[in-house]
Write a protein that binds this ligand. Structure first.
Ligand SMILES: Cc1ncc(COP(=O)(O)O)c(C=O)c1O
Length: 417
């Protein structure tokens, strides 16, 4: 039997090591919200494969749907052909939107963001796209041009996409902000950027995460998105929401934009959508999704196996939303009970939660590493976000008792630092 240390060693020999791994978890198999390593240890999964496994591991309905589809055909490409499953899933997906939408399928989050940028430029005939500092939108050139939660994600790869600008996100840890600075950010954008730097008629879209995930689970003030929506509408600018992490029930609503009562023009999805298989989508207002034939496509987008899983995900997740809110609240209550001078804030919505660790008001990455490694040693899987935020993204199906057991470990480890 191969050991954990052997796999880790061989991994470093044969794979590019540009990842940020927190601890040596070598998975053998997983079930529900539990993960088993190759040496027989069991862990409570508070990562869900980075916000992907909404229905838990080896969900029977997902596996059966994949199996059934597998026996029919694996692939044939929507670029040139048709299949009914693609239409069925798109119908179901658009059914969650109270306005008329159409779908473009992709294979990942970054590809959904790329598609949304192209749709925005093509449908408006404008070239500028604005994003926000501390965002994460992916690693390909378009999305990377807006990814800015850590400079290592972009600094070696310039030049990035031209005609882009990054704005401050209304986060109270942004040095320009003290508490709620939505009004200041909106005024900076409207009175400054759109007055001095770029003609609003040249701006195709504003792209942002409704909650910054990788940047540290940063929830903007409630009215910020509404103010941004009004501003963009005044200038004919599209609002693109990247719901790759927040979408598909993660926050206790099907999409995070529902918490903020805004109606985006384009929504980027991936992660949980494919039930563990690579699938992303852009859902856009019908009138924007009218690109000329041949102008955008991909070979694997809307792969039938991933769509079969997505059909189950889209049927099951709406029934889980109350559970997500309840378990999320129970976890947050327990985290709010932590007695430690290093907890700056517990934040998030539903089952997307973060504990911001700070020392003397500054991010505390050493504290974060300790908490994650020690929790791992005690059988709990969680990773970090931002500079020093413990991020919790468990499967949406996680039983409350299991979630509380994991939270207790994390609480104790934070109290130990
Ligand atoms: C908000 C957001 N957008 C885009 C991405 C990129 O997704 P992918 O890694 O599937 O390209 C991520 C990944 O974490 C994300 O959290």
């Amino acid at each position: 039997m191969v050991s954990v240390s052997e796999v880790v060693e061989e991994d470093s020999k044969y794979l590019m090591q540009s990842f940020s791994r927190w601890y040596p978890l070598v998975i053998d198999h997983a079930e529900g919200s539990l993960v088993y390593d190759i040496e027989g240890r069991v862990y409570i999964d508070m990562n869900a494969g980075i916000g992907v496994m909404a229905l838990g591991h080896r969900n029977r309905k997902v596996l059966n749907a994949i199996q059934t589809q597998m026996e029919k055909f694996l692939h044939y490409s929507l670029t040139d052909f048709y299949y009914e499953l693609a239409v069925r899933v798109a119908k179901r997906l658009t059914g969650f939107f109270p306005w008329s939408t159409k779908v473009f399928y992709t294979n990942s989050g970054t590809e959904s963001v790329e598609a949304s940028l192209k749709i925005a430029r093509a449908s408006t005939g404008r070239q500028y796209i604005l994003g926000f500092i501390n965002s994460f939108h992916g690693r390909t050139f378009g999305s990377m041009s807006f990814t800015s939660s850590k400079y290592v994600q972009r600094s070696m790869f310039s030049p990035l996409l031209p005609s882009t600008l990054l704005l401050p996100y209304p986060d109270k840890h942004n040095p320009l902000c003290r508490d709620d600075c939505s009004a200041e950010v909106i005024s900076y954008l409207e009175d400054w950027v759109l007055n001095k730097v770029v003609d609003p008629n040249d701006v195709a879209a504003v792209l942002l995460e409704p909650i910054q995930g990788e940047g540290g689970v940063v929830v903007p003030p409630k009215d910020f998105l509404q103010q941004l929506r009004s501003l963009t509408r005044r200038h004919g600018i599209l609002l693109i929401l990247d719901e790759v992490q927040t979408g598909i029930g993660r926050t206790g609503k099907m999409f995070a934009f529902e918490h903020f009562s805004v109606d985006p023009d384009l929504v980027c999805l991936a992660k949980a959508l494919g039930g563990g298989l690579p699938l992303g989508a852009v859902v856009g207002r019908e009138e924007l999704m009218d690109l000329p034939r041949g102008s955008h496509a991909n070979t694997f987008g809307g792969n039938p196996l991933a769509l079969a899983a997505a059909e189950v995900v889209l049927e099951e997740v709406p029934r889980l939303l109350d559970h997500v809110s309840e378990v999320g609240k129970a976890i947050a209550d327990k985290l709010n009970d932590i007695k430690s001078p290093y907890v700056e804030e517990v934040r998030g919505l539903g089952l997307m939660l973060g504990v911001d660790l700070r020392k003397g008001g500054r991010p505390y990455p050493e504290g974060l590493s300790k908490v994650l490694l020690n929790s791992f040693r005690r059988g709990v899987l969680a990773i970090g976000a931002g500079e020093s935020v413990v991020r919790l993204l468990p499967p949406l199906v996680i039983e409350e008792e299991l979630a509380m057991k994991a939270t207790k470990v994390i609480k104790e480890e934070i109290e130990q630092i």
